[in-house]
Design a protein around this ligand. Structure first.
Ligand SMILES: Cc1cc2nc3c(=O)[nH]c(=O)nc-3n(C[C@H](O)[C@H](O)[C@H](O)COP(=O)(O)O)c2cc1C
Length: 215
């Protein structure tokens, strides 16, 4: 089941990818990631964990001039990333991820990683849980999962030799209207991806002593 990369990762250095990553706001506008490689990047990114493995994310890869032109007016101060990145990947959250539970758990049975009896138990549990879960709890769960796949996407991009800028500053209603494949999808975040044309800047972090207690 483990999906190893088809093409070798060009920058497969964990420490460099994690600690050397910086948000990039100006990319080489002449460089285009192929759709084949983009599909591979997303195949690797979607190995991210998610609540009950419901994978409540969908991607729209905006890599055409027409798409970027449409997105330009919707990304507030983030037009430099939009206009220079190889692509802007819009990460959508799925409104009711529990509706995919049978499909996902049937696939696990077909792959031989789950018994039919366990599948039945898990699906019943998910259906019961989502039935009682309020809207706020559901939306928070979806946003958390979207955040996890976004981080994984950023790190996979590094391993392919690319850079990213995670973008939360955009017109959500406008992006939903212009790009959502269905009404049940809500834009959570956008990831600009491409070849960096600047080195970015080093950003500080709060000391662990200020952010952590032990109990
Ligand atoms: C949820 C989220 C939203 C962000 N939104 C924007 C944004 O709209 N525009 C931008 O230039 N950077 C955005 N960033 C990037 C942050 O500013 C950046 O991650 C932070 O300053 C730390 O810098 P680093 O990514 O270089 O380590 C966002 C990051 C996150 C995680």
């Amino acid at each position: 089941m483990t999906e190893l990369p088809v093409t070798p990762l060009t920058k497969n250095d964990f420490a460099q990818n994690v600690f050397g990553r910086r948000s990039i706001r100006k990319f080489d506008s002449d460089f285009k990631i192929t759709r084949a490689e983009m599909q591979e990047i997303l195949t690797q990114a979607r190995r991210a964990p998610s609540s009950m493995n419901l994978q409540p994310w969908r991607f729209v890869v905006v890599d055409s001039t027409a798409g970027k032109t449409k997105l330009h007016d919707l990304v507030m101060t983030n037009t430099p990333q939009n206009d220079t990145a190889s692509a802007m990947i819009i990460v959508f959250g799925v409104d009711h991820p529990e509706r995919d539970d049978a499909k996902i758990y049937d696939a696990a049975v077909a792959a031989g990683t789950m018994t039919p009896a366990t599948r039945d138990e898990e699906v019943a549990e998910i259906d019961a849980y989502y039935h009682t879960m309020g809207d706020l709890a559901r939306e928070k769960t979806i946003s958390l999962d979207a955040g996890l796949v976004t981080m994984q996407l950023a790190l996979v991009a590094q391993a392919h030799g690319y850079d990213t800028c995670i973008i939360g500053g955009f017109n959500r209603a406008g992006v939903k209207q212009a790009f959502a494949p269905t009404r049940e999808l809500h834009p959570e975040i956008i990831v600009a991806i491409g070849k960096a044309a600047e080195s970015g800047y080093e950003s500080v972090r709060l000391p662990v002593a200020d952010t952590t207690t032990f109990a």
